[in-house]
Design a protein around this ligand. Structure first.
Ligand code: PDD
Length: 287
């Protein structure tokens, strides 16, 4: 993105090249902050209320007061969207515990740092939708509060890099033999036409796209179960999907270097994908 891309920092809109924070920002020093990624179709945020609810949940989880109410967030996000030259966007929103002398304990009286930027929405290519993507598996070694969307992402970064190292798009993780999620996506499986997804506990991020997929599947009359999924069950599934705000729903067709399921996106995926598209604003739907 050009240096002139307009971002928001602590109350001001300015070119990204001019947006500066202190080296003492606790986001920089400790990863002490939370974030959201909100997909935007044709300049309309998708499921904004859900993202703002999760933002509040993450802020509560790290004991940081929300610097804005939902109406103010909504206005700010829309003002940022209006300043971008492209229609489909991914708004990145981050709140940190602010600038203070380095000390692990919470600083008294520090103002939170609020940063937002918006980039073009990097949806999977039509080719990836048609043929699926490659993923690998690994043991989930992250902390036990993966339900909080914190900016402390080095665990996820290392997992994602394992995939990048072998040209795959994601790393699907198991903790003690149970499916959790992927490095930046949730994971759903299908067996015998029935969808299953792990429960939203502390081991996974409560994905907005996961929720949307569950809701859209149910309204389309597709059977879906939320329950723990063992590694054996996951690896023996007919289909495996990734969901995220920037991926929508995408099929994994290669896992650990071998074809997964039938090696092509399955019939249940195609139904889910169509259902997902039908819930997007007209004009931004894909076939
Ligand atoms: N990642 N799990 C993890 C670990 C994630 O980082 C994400 C999203 C998801 C899916 O959540 P949602 O459907 O709300 O996007 C699950 C975002 C897109 C990111 O960090 O860029």
């Amino acid at each position: 993105m050009p240096d002139t891309q307009i971002v928001h920092l602590n109350g001001a809109f300015l070119p990204i090249g001019e947006a500066k924070i202190s080296v003492l920002d606790r986001g920089f020093i400790y990863g002490d902050g939370v974030y959201e990624v909100i997909p935007v179709y044709k300049r309309a945020p998708f499921r904004m209320a859900h993202h703002l609810r999760r933002l509040q949940y993450s802020l509560d989880g790290i004991r940081l007061a929300n610097p804005k109410d939902d109406a103010a967030w909504d206005e700010l996000v829309r003002a940022l969207i209006a300043r971008q030259p492209f229609d489909d966007q991914a708004v990145y929103l981050q709140v940190t515990r602010g600038v203070a002398k380095r000390d692990h304990a919470f600083p008294k009286g520090a103002a939170p740092t609020v940063f937002l930027m918006s980039n073009p929405l990097p949806l999977p290519t039509p080719e990836q939708v048609a043929h699926g993507v490659a993923a690998i598996t690994a043991e989930d070694n992250r902390w036990h509060r993966c339900d909080l969307k914190t900016t402390s992402l080095v665990g996820n970064v290392l997992m994602r890099q394992l995939a990048a190292d072998v040209g795959a798009v994601e790393t699907v993780m198991f903790r003690g033999g149970w499916l959790t999620e992927a490095s930046a996506s949730n994971v759903l499986i299908v067996k015998g036409g029935k969808i299953a997804a792990p429960p939203k506990d502390h081991q996974i991020l409560p994905g907005i796209t996961y929720d949307a997929s569950v809701e859209f599947a149910r309204s389309a009359g597709m059977p879906i179960d939320i329950r723990p999924i063992s590694r054996e069950e996951a690896l023996a599934a007919d289909e495996m999907w990734l969901s995220s705000s920037t991926k929508e729903v995408i099929a994994i067709t290669t896992l650990d270097g071998r074809p997964f399921g039938s090696g092509v996106p399955g019939p249940t995926f195609r139904r889910m994908y169509a259902a997902f598209q039908s819930h997007k604003p007209p004009g931004s739907r894909r076939v």
